[in-house]
Structure formats: structure tokens, C-alpha cells
Design a binder for this molecule. Structure first.
Ligand code: TXA
Ligand code: MG
Length: 311
């Protein structure tokens, strides 16, 4: 049974207790819903992989309430600290050197010597992390490879009966996952996301390298097919074909519009919910062209993976 919690302090405390005793709880963040487990409990972390059907070589992001907790398991240099000061709490994940023999469950990092860390900026996530009082490993709360969840209903339709609970709540306002930055040793974009590359570069004062090769282990989660609806997806479509449902952007005629005014932040916020609805029609999906500036880079990254061949 999957318990549905309301976003009251009492329910969030109960959910935190479930996490502390080894359970799996889905919760809203400002990006997408996460599926949390105590990052120091190996059995609980393994249960995340089982619930999602996630390949075991794809490590998880550790979520903490504040930066002081990070020092127990990872190391931050001055450049990482600069990004943290600018963007945390918020939709940015840093891949940091792992402290050897630290307290994290080994499966969290899938055997790598680095760990991905994020401080989310959503009141429910923040409260849950505070009450749990332990680092929480949390991938997006969807079956592996499928469309990410931005509503409690999305979580339930994918994982009902496979997890202990979900906290209801609005506010996945960014709408797509965090931007992931690694250091190898120069700052490198591992996944486009809610913080625009332009904003990172402004803080760093230099252009950031982009991770090129999606097949190596430095970004194991960057499989080409991901975020995939059941039906085929075509991109950069100006004239949809008969039978297709049309996902638009900017002023145009279409079945769903990510942002009639052409606002990329609004489009990102609406992206996954629109894909869930269009997927439910069972028809092939055609998507209008979307600019790749700002958060548009992340929108096009997700759409490219949604459109990729499935195997
Ligand atoms: O916004 C987000 O980041 C959401 C919310 C819940 O915080 N989480 C999320 O998790 O998107 P997930 O598991 O769907 O994506 C995590 C990504 C994967 O591509 C994974 O491979 C990568 O982070 N990752 C995790 N640890 C890593 C590491 N040590 N080195 C490189 N990539 C890592
Ligand atoms: Mg995911």
C-alpha cells in the first residue's frame, strides 16, 4: 500500500519517520517529485532501484537540508562553494569528491568516487529533510526511463503499491530536473536543467565545458532514451501529420501549448504534465520548435531523449 500524505507538518513528520525507518517516500521539490530513502541505509537505497526498475550503475542524488551536512560525506573546493553560494537552495546538483569510508550507503554512488549533492528549494522538501535529519537519496519518482513526475498523481500512476508513501503538494515550478555540474577538475555541465548555463557562466566568470559523450560512466544516467512516452515523438515539427497530437510553443494552433506567450520558464514548468496528458491520448506526439537558450537547452535535452529510439 502506498500512503498519501497531505502537506501538513504532522503528515510530513510521519513521512520523515517512515524515511528514518527505511521506507520510500515520494515528495515534491521545485524541479520534479523525488523518491526518497535514507542515504545511509543500504537496504533502503537498494529498494529505490527495485521500485523504479533503475539500472544499478546509475547513481543517485543526495539531498540535504543545509550545507553543513555535506562535509560529513563530500568535499567542496572554492569553485564548488561559489556555485553553492549562488544557487543553493535551488535546482542545481554538484558532483563532488566522496569522502572515503564515509557514512553513505555504497549503492547511492553506484561505486563511483564522487557523489551528486543538492539542497532543494521547496518548502515541503526542506521540511521533510529537516525532520528526517539524515541525507536523503532521491532520484525522480518515476519508473526508470519514463516521463518525470511533477504532480502526486504522476507518481501514483507510475509507482503505486511499490513505495510507502507520497506527499501531496504543488510547486514543481521549475518543472524539469536540476542542472548537474561536475568538476573534472574544471566545472563541466553533466546535465542541462533548471539553472541556465548562462547563469552558471556568469557566476563562474568563464564558459563551462559541456559533457560530450553520453556513453561513459561520468554521467551514467544520461542514457539517450529517457523521459519516454509510450507513443513515438517527433521534434521541430511545423506541420503535424494526421493522427498526431501537437505540442506547441508560442502563439499557434495546437492540442497543448507549453507557453502561448513563448516564455521558456513557463514551458519548462508545463513540459512533463503536458507529456503525461498527451501520452494518455495514445497518439503519436509532434512537438513544435523550441529555442535552446536559457532553460530551453534543458527542455530540448528532455525532448530529444523522449524522441530517441527506445533500444
Ligand atoms: O532535480 C533533480 O535533480 C531531481 C530531484 C528529485 O532532485 N532528481 C533527479 O534524479 O533528477 P535522477 O536520479 O532522475 O537523476 C540523477 C542524475 C542521473 O543522471 C545520474 O546518473 C546523475 O544524476 N548522477 C548521480 N550521481 C552522479 C555522479 N557521482 N557522477 C555523475 N552523475 C551522477
Ligand atoms: Mg530521472
Amino acid at each position: 500500500m502506498t500512503q498519501v500524505f497531505t502537506p501538513t507538518d504532522a503528515d510530513i513528520q510521519t513521512a520523515a519517520q517512515v524515511l528514518r525507518s527505511g521506507g520510500l517516500i515520494a515528495f515534491p521539490t521545485e524541479t520534479v517529485y523525488g523518491l526518497g530513502a535514507n542515504a545511509m541505509d543500504e537496504t533502503a537505497v537498494q529498494a529505490i532501484y527495485t521500485a523504479k526498475g533503475r539500472p544499478s550503475n546509475n547513481p543517485l542524488i543526495v539531498h540535504v537540508a543545509d550545507a553543513a551536512q555535506i562535509a560529513e560525506f563530500a568535499m567542496m573546493d572554492d569553485v564548488a562553494q561559489k556555485l553553492a553560494n549562488a544557487f543553493w537552495p535551488g535546482p542545481m546538483t554538484l558532483v563532488l569528491p566522496l569522502i572515503v569510508d564515509g557514512p553513505l550507503a555504497p549503492t547511492v554512488t553506484a561505486g563511483l568516487n564522487t557523489v551528486a549533492v543538492r539542497i532543494p528549494n521547496h518548502p515541503i522538501a526542506a521540511q521533510l529533510l529537516k525532520h528526517a535529519n539524515t541525507p536523503i537519496a532521491a532520484p525522480s519518482a518515476n519508473p526508470s526511463g519514463q516521463i518525470s513526475p511533477t504532480q502526486a498523481d504522476h507518481v501514483l500512476s507510475g509507482l503505486h503499491g511499490r513505495i510507502d508513501g507520497v506527499i501531496q503538494g504543488d510547486g514543481c515550478n521549475v518543472g524539469l530536473e536540476s542542472t548537474i555540474v561536475g568538476f573534472s577538475p574544471a566545472p563541466t555541465l553533466l546535465r542541462a536543467g533548471g539553472i541556465a548555463v548562462e547563469a552558471l557562466e556568469q557566476v563562474l566568470g568563464t564558459p563551462i565545458a559541456h559533457h560530450q559523450d553520453s556513453k561513459t560512466l561520468t554521467a551514467p544516467g544520461q542514457m539517450l532514451s529517457h523521459y519516454a512516452p509510450d507513443a513515438p515523438v517527433r521534434l521541430n515539427v511545423v506541420t503535424p501529420q494526421a493522427g498526431e497530437v501537437y505540442l506547441g510553443f508560442g502563439p499557434m494552433q495546437c492540442d497543448e501549448n507549453l507557453s502561448p506567450s513563448g516564455d521558456l520558464n513557463e514551458a519548462a514548468e508545463n513540459l512533463f504534465a503536458a507529456l503525461h496528458r498527451l501520452n494518455a491520448t495514445g497518439r503519436p506526439i509532434a512537438v513544435a520548435p523550441i529555442p535552446s537558450t536559457g532553460v530551453g537547452l534543458a527542455i530540448n535535452d528532455r525532448l530529444t531523449r523522449a524522441a530517441a529510439p527506445r533500444d
